[in-house]
Design a protein around this ligand. Structure first.
Ligand code: NAG
Ligand code: NAG
Ligand code: NAG
Ligand code: NAG
Ligand code: NAG
Ligand code: NAG
Ligand code: NAG
Ligand code: NAG
Length: 502
């Protein structure tokens, strides 16, 4: 069906010369086929117009709504709609005395921002089973993707410089250019929630966390003072700041490779600080509509080098959790993590750093989102983590927080042995500790390679590439969630810590 053309409708060709002829425009990331945030939150809509003009925004569709008129100030109008339940389609009509701008086929649902570096940018066409996945696209007309263009800026921008993919109804040819992880996450989420999902991809390959962080966030970690490439905040300025005024539900993130050797020791500060800052800024930018603690999911680094050179991957994975080993935790509330170090892809044509299995990554993110972002009860989303570690001369008894599936054939527990209290670090001697035996929720490790000295620290999967595909030693009872890496030190005195050896 073709909509009748209306002479009064000003076709919005470009948002880059806002209101140049006195007409009305939407900001760049509002477009036909978009998703606006559903109730209980209220969607924020804004754009450009002639100074002083009175603007009315109305919504027509399953329910109709007219917002109180607003006046264009400094060339900008902005309206916060009343809450709208999931569904559609709606038409959004913005009008002044002489002009009208229209958004067609708008749905209300949950908006997720997808950020990070190349593994988020990694396209649907590049993943395993890409053709099967793309063939499914037409079955998901209510999962709507949008992609910001890759741009940088020295100053915080109010709007995107350019849109790469305007909001679209999923079709194989366009979807092939969209993020695989973002799409799969949205599609799986739609299967669970059964209402529209809007996906906003804003990411760039090879970028460190500093480029996505505001100067406020960098300051929290003293990163504003460090010498380095002059690209702090460049992508925050051009690709995140412009989005702050839109109401969103949450964000997912796949980044960290670029920080394995760049300010790696600061990532336990810079990553949580960026999350805090995004939350504060989106909350403020939307006038309080985006939750001040919106859910934030991320992918823990997968693998890169099978030779297990010392390349910072284990340390970065640990820092991704603010050195807790699991999320959410006291420092990183309302976060969820897809563990991915057991999904290596030796033959990836895009380089081993870009594994093609994005399905398992997105399924693990989905479990986290269901539990943390949607408060669904009884969803297991975290792999086994030690509750207690007891060491004796003969053995170490690691008790997990859940039933474990154990395969003792790959030896990736390691111990650092010491007669003194010397700290066990990356330069210390670590020797393998094999799994001798196990129970429903514990494993017994051999300390024989400590010879006669005592165990000072224990670590698990502390290598770039610890195991073969889905063949790590410890999984949950259903054999889908791997136990994440950890390191635990014997401490003398001090407060009790979960990652402590007794
Ligand atoms: C948009 O709203 C204006 C003012 O109410 C109205 O004149 C116009 O016909 C509407 N346009 C469409 C396409 O609904
Ligand atoms: C609307 O258009 C009329 C006729 O062209 C013009 O006289 C009037 O100034 C315009 N009003 C505004 C607010 O632009
Ligand atoms: C960051 O800075 C480095 C060195 O100046 C440069 O090579 C790189 O392209 C910059 N990255 C971005 C995203 O601007
Ligand atoms: C972060 O990691 C560094 C390097 O391992 C460590 O020195 C520092 O204490 C950690 N900081 C926090 C806040 O955990
Ligand atoms: C968007 O939010 C930012 C941050 O709160 C604010 O500075 C800016 O004025 C807002 N932009 C618009 C168009 O309202
Ligand atoms: C690809 O499809 C095959 C056949 O259906 C399936 O066995 C395999 O698990 C799929 N791969 C991924 C990564 O989902
Ligand atoms: C290991 O710890 C578990 C839980 O605390 C306990 O039930 C089990 O008996 C211990 N095993 C050994 C051999 O100490
Ligand atoms: C204990 O002895 C074995 C065999 O000589 C050796 O490989 C291992 O490194 C020693 N362990 C430590 C902690 O020195």
């Amino acid at each position: 069906m073709v909509a009748p053309l209306c002479a009064a409708v000003v076709v919005v060709l470009s948002a880059f010369f806002p209101g140049i002829d006195g007409s009305l425009l939407f900001a760049s990331y509002y477009g036909d086929h978009m998703v606006l945030q559903k109730s209980p939150q209220r969607a924020v809509v804004w754009g450009y117009g002639p100074e002083g003009a009175k603007i009315t925004v109305s919504l027509s569709g399953p329910v109709n709504q007219e917002a109180s008129p607003v006046t264009v100030t400094k060339g900008i109008w902005k309206v916060t709609l009343d809450p709208v339940d999931a569904g559609g389609p709606y038409t959004v009509n913005v009008s002044s005395t002489n002009y009208t701008a229209i958004l067609k086929d708008v749905l209300f649902g949950d908006i997720w921002v997808c950020g990070g570096q190349s593994n988020m940018l990694f396209q649907t066409s590049q993943m395993f089973n890409a053709s099967e996945e793309l063939a499914l696209a037409a079955k998901y007309p209510h999962v709507r993707p949008f992609m910001a263009a890759l741009k940088e800026s020295e100053t915080e921008l109010p709007d995107l410089v350019e849109v790469k993919l305007p909001w679209f109804v999923a079709r194989a040819d366009v979807l092939s250019e969209f993020s695989a992880v973002c799409w799969l996450f949205g599609r799986y989420l739609y299967d669970t929630m059964k209402y529209p999902i809007g996906l906003v991809e804003s990411c760039w390959g090879g970028t460190p966390v500093e480029t996505w962080s505001s100067s406020r966030a960098l300051h929290m970690c003293d990163l504003d003072k460090l010498e380095g490439p002059h690209n702090n905040s460049l992508l925050w300025n051009a690709m995140i700041h412009p989005l702050l005024n839109m109401t969103i539900y949450g964000a997912i993130w796949y980044q960290g490779e670029a920080n394995t050797e760049y300010h790696q020791d600061k990532y336990n500060c810079s990553f949580p600080a960026m999350i805090d800052d995004w939350r504060m800024a989106f909350h403020q930018g939307s006038g309080g509509q985006t939750a001040a603690d919106f859910p934030f999911g991320f992918v823990q680094l997968s693998t890169n080098n099978k030779k297990n050179i010392d390349d910072g991957f284990p340390e970065l994975r640990w820092h991704q959790t603010a050195d807790f080993g699991f999320v959410p935790n006291a420092r990183m509330k309302k976060t969820f993590m897809a563990v991915a170090f057991d999904l290596p892809d030796e033959k990836s044509p895009y380089g081993t750093i870009h594994p093609r299995d994005k399905q398992d990554v997105a399924l693990r993110l989905l479990l986290g989102a269901r539990a943390v972002a949607y408060n669904q009860k009884d969803v297991l989303f975290q792999g086994p983590f030690p509750l207690q570690i007891e060491s004796s001369q003969m053995q170490i008894n690691v008790t997990y927080d859940q039933i474990v599936n154990v395969d003792s054939s790959t030896i990736i527990f390691e111990i650092c042995c010491s007669e003194t209290a010397a700290p066990c670090g990356s330069n210390s001697l670590w020797v393998p500790a094999s799994i001798m035996n196990w129970g429903p929720s514990n494993v017994l490790l051999s300390t024989s390679l400590c010879n006669s000295s005592s165990v000072a620290a224990l670590r698990y999967a502390w290598k770039d590439w610890p195991c073969n595909f889905k063949a790590c030693p410890i999984y949950d009872a259903s054999n889908t969630l791997p136990a994440p890496p950890f390191v635990a030190h014997r401490r003398t005195g001090g407060r009790n810590h979960e990652n402590e050896l007794k």
